[in-house]
Design a protein. Sequence first.
Length: 154
Amino acid sequence: MANAKKIALFAGSFDPFTKGHEDIVLRGLEIFDEIVIAIGYNSQKSNRYFPIEKMIEKIQSTFKSNPRISVHTYAELTAEFAQKHKAKYLLRGLRDTTDFEYENSISQVNRKLYKDLESVFLITSPHLAWISSSIIREVHRYGGDVSEFLPYKL
């Protein structure tokens, strides 16, 4: 089992997937053999701004040259989805202490549900730490240019 692939699940609503998310995935590849990007249907976020199909397409195009990255959607507990994909790690990005508080709670629940699931937190690169999907949605909603915040063209 020592030679088992290290597979990480990077889950989120990714509405939209930002350069900050891309940074976490690329840095995660230095640690993991494979990264599964999982776009969840969050029961707390009933209305997406960007269609999920568009995000799948954009994320896939961003990483098309890297076979170690795959993109999926899911509508179940993250821990269950991770288990189905043989992911033993949850990859998470932290921008600030508020993110840590939130992610810590989720990590504890996931660990309780799936004992072998370990959360790995990467601190967002400083030049990207202020970018959030909600800010990008707001700028885009009112016609602002969001191209410098996204690793693809809308």
